[in-house]
Unconditional design. Structure first.
Length: 487
């Protein structure tokens, strides 16, 4: 028997949150879990160097491209239904990944895996908003969800290395299967049934095709910058295609009877500002993870397992602040005050990384910066999620969640490609010093660019927090607003 909304709200909602967070963690972990397994996969299946990049690329393109469609589908047919379908597809595709026998089979299975991950992740935040009507409980729940997403990338690199060394690369994917089956069984029992919310609304198929192909093309273009460069015909051509598709989507949304992204959402200064800040912050932090891993391994001589363990303090600090400290701060002073504080701390962490010496000691030269970055992100990310979803009505919470996740994935792809390209260009241009010194010089510049991105995000957050004359920030909690009569 499915639980009633009352039962879920009073006794089972925290268990439901655990299911949502576990599923989201599986999806985020699989973005980076193959990073240290690529050599083993490439050797066994016979991938070319160019083809191996699609082991990650196929997942990211599907994961980012389908977010908005999945989020809006949840609003139309029910978020629970979309979540369960996504979890089932992700689990089945993980089994196919683990059993892959050719490069084409693995890439196809990774695309399917990314599609399932997009469906279950896109609606998760909207479901959390619905599960926790109380503002303080919602802030705490969003903090837990933010912590899970934040530590997922780092955890993926660590788990990937440990599992590949202890078992084989196949188990990097196969471990998802029992976890996915267990999560599915619990989700059926714990998640409230919200089917038929907008049964009279028709999904905008044309808009869905335009935005999905547009975002996927944009992510593909950005992810290939390191191979083709920013001014190549390949990059400019695909960028033009992505712009045309997304422009067509924007026009379509003004004309469709039931748009995928309702234009009324695009006049929300708070929603747009939160997404802009998120894009810049995630670009900086996602690039930071890879730049730091490269710094540790290629410039400072750490092996893959040591590099993964070195990143653990960042994940621990993010988890503690996101789940314990930040929700209380948001409850007391509001997300608009917490967000700039977190971004300022992130900037300080990046500044320290720009000064890492060639003979760096982990405890004194790297650990303080990693703790600052974890602290800042642990403060900023829950505040961003709280701010971005504060004005979402029950009718639109799915699409708002999908938009937030789309922004996050695109920001991650942009930051990874851009910061690695900047670092590589600086290394190639350096004429003096050994290879490690030239690599480190490039990574320092990458950290400097990340600091600039975060500083820009801080400026945007300060503008976002400015009050209109006679208003007070965070004055009206979402649960006290009049409900949308169309919900």
């Amino acid at each position: 028997m499915r639980p009633s909304h009352h039962t879920t709200s009073t006794r089972s909602r925290w268990w439901a949150l655990a299911v949502l967070c576990t599923s989201a963690l599986l999806a985020v972990v699989d973005e980076t879990i193959v990073a240290v397994s690529l050599p083993a996969i490439q050797a066994e299946l016979g991938f070319t160097n160019a083809g191996a990049s699609w082991i990650t690329g196929a997942y990211l393109v599907a994961f980012a491209g389908l977010m908005l469609l999945a989020g809006r589908s949840g609003d139309v047919v029910g978020r629970r239904r979309v979540f369960l379908v996504g979890l089932a597809v992700f689990t089945g595709a993980s089994a196919l990944c683990g059993a892959a026998w050719t490069p084409a089979a693995l890439v196809a299975a990774r695309f399917a895996q990314g599609s399932g991950g997009a469906a279950m992740t896109a609606v998760a935040l909207g479901m959390i908003v619905g599960l926790f009507p109380d503002a303080r409980d919602r802030a705490r729940a969003i903090g837990v969800f933010a912590a899970v997403q934040a530590v997922g990338g780092t955890l993926g690199m660590l788990v990937g290395g440990l599992v590949t060394d202890a078992l084989s690369w196949h188990w990097v994917f196969l471990l998802n299967v029992p976890l996915g089956v267990a999560a599915f069984a619990l989700a059926v029992r714990l998640l409230p049934d919200d089917s038929g919310r907008d049964a009279d609304v028709r999904l905008d198929v044309v808009g869905a095709i335009l935005v999905t192909t547009g975002v996927a093309t944009a992510v593909y273009t950005v992810s290939r910058l390191d191979r083709y460069g920013p001014t190549s015909a390949h990059t400019l051509g695909f960028a033009a295609v992505a712009a045309a598709l997304l422009g067509g989507f924007a026009v379509r949304q003004t004309r469709a009877a039931d748009p995928l992204l309702p234009p009324r959402l695009l006049v929300s200064r708070r929603l747009l500002g939160a997404n802009a800040v998120l894009l810049l912050l995630v670009a900086a932090m996602f690039g930071f993870m890879f730049l730091t891993a490269l710094t540790l391994q290629r410039a400072l001589g750490f092996d893959a397992c040591q590099a993964g363990l070195a990143m653990v303090p960042t994940s621990v600090v993010i988890a503690v602040l996101s789940t314990v400290v930040t929700p209380k701060l948001i409850g007391r002073v509001g997300d608009r005050r917490v967000l700039p504080l977190g971004l300022a701390v992130v900037v300080a962490g990046f500044v320290l990384l720009t000064r890492v010496p060639a003979d760096a000691d982990y405890a004194t030269d790297l650990l303080p910066a990693l703790i600052l970055l974890g602290s800042g992100f642990g403060l900023a990310m829950p505040a961003l999620m709280s701010s971005g979803t504060a004005e979402a009505t029950p009718r639109d919470s799915g699409v708002v969640s999908g938009l937030f996740n789309t922004t996050q994935q695109f920001g991650g792809a942009l930051g990874l490609a851009g910061l690695l390209a900047v670092a590589a260009a600086r290394t190639d241009a350096a004429a003096n010093g050994g290879e490690s010194e030239r690599l480190l010089d490039g990574y320092r510049l990458g950290f400097g660019v990340a600091a600039g991105l975060t500083l820009t995000a801080l400026a945007a957050a300060l503008l976002l927090g400015r009050r209109r004359s006679g208003t007070r920030a965070d004055a009206t909690p979402p649960e006290s607003r009049a409900p949308d009569p169309r919900a």
